[in-house]
Design a protein around this ligand. Structure first.
Ligand code: HEM
Length: 138
C-alpha cells in the first residue's frame, strides 16, 4: 500500500477542503511564520502586510492541489524556484517554511493520511527554492 490516491485529479484539493480549507491553512501558516522564533529570518523577507502573500499562496496551492488554477487566472504563470531567486534563501528559511507549513497542516481537520501526504509533498518545492536561490549558487 505505497500508493495514495491524493495526486489524482482534484482529490487533494477536495481533501484540503477546497478554497476555504486552503485559505484557512494559509492563514495558520502565516500566523506561525509571524510568531515562531525560528522563522524570524523567513518572516523578515516578507512584506509587513501579508494580505497579498496570503491571497497568492492560497491561489497557488489551489492549482497545485488539482483545483482551480487561480494564481494563473489572476496573475499569470509562476515558476516557484525562479520567483524565489530574488530572496537569499538558505536551509534555515527553507526549513522554517516547511516547519510552519507542517504545524499549520497538523492544525487542520484533515485525515492523518492526507496530513502526512501533504507534509511530504511540500518538501519538493521547498527544496527546489533553496537549491535555486542565488545565495547558494554564486
Ligand atoms: C523555501 C522557502 C521559501 C521562502 C524563504 C519563501 C519566501 C517568499 C517571500 C519572501 C515571498 C514574498 C512575499 C511578500 O512580498 O510579502 C514569497 C512569495 C510567495 N511564495 Fe514563497 N517562499 C518559500 C517557499 C515557497 C513554497 C514552497 C511555495 C509554494 C508551494 C511558495 C509560494 C509562494 C507564492 C505563491 C508567493 C507569492 C508570489 C507573488 O507575489 O506573486 N513559497 N515567498
Amino acid at each position: 500500500m505505497n500508493e495514495t490516491p491524493f495526486g489524482f485529479m482534484d482529490t487533494s484539493y477536495k481533501a484540503a477542503g477546497g478554497i476555504e480549507g486552503i485559505a484557512k491553512l494559509v492563514e495558520q501558516f502565516y500566523l506561525y511564520m509571524d510568531s515562531e522564533p525560528y522563522a524570524s529570518s523567513l518572516r523578515a523577507m516578507h512584506s509587513e502586510d501579508l494580505t497579498i502573500a496570503k491571497e497568492r499562496l492560497t491561489w497557488f496551492i489551489s492549482g497545485w492541489l488539482g483545483g482551480p488554477k487561480l494564481y494563473h487566472e489572476n496573475i499569470g504563470n509562476i515558476n516557484i524556484p525562479n520567483f524565489h531567486r530574488q530572496f537569499p534563501v538558505t536551509e534555515v528559511e527553507a526549513n522554517a517554511w516547511h516547519e510552519c507549513m507542517t504545524k499549520a497542516i497538523n492544525d487542520q481537520p484533515y485525515t492523518e493520511e492526507f496530513k502526512a501526504y501533504l507534509i511530504k509533498q511540500f518538501r519538493f518545492p521547498v527544496d527546489m527554492v533553496v537549491k535555486a536561490s542565488n545565495i547558494n549558487n554564486n
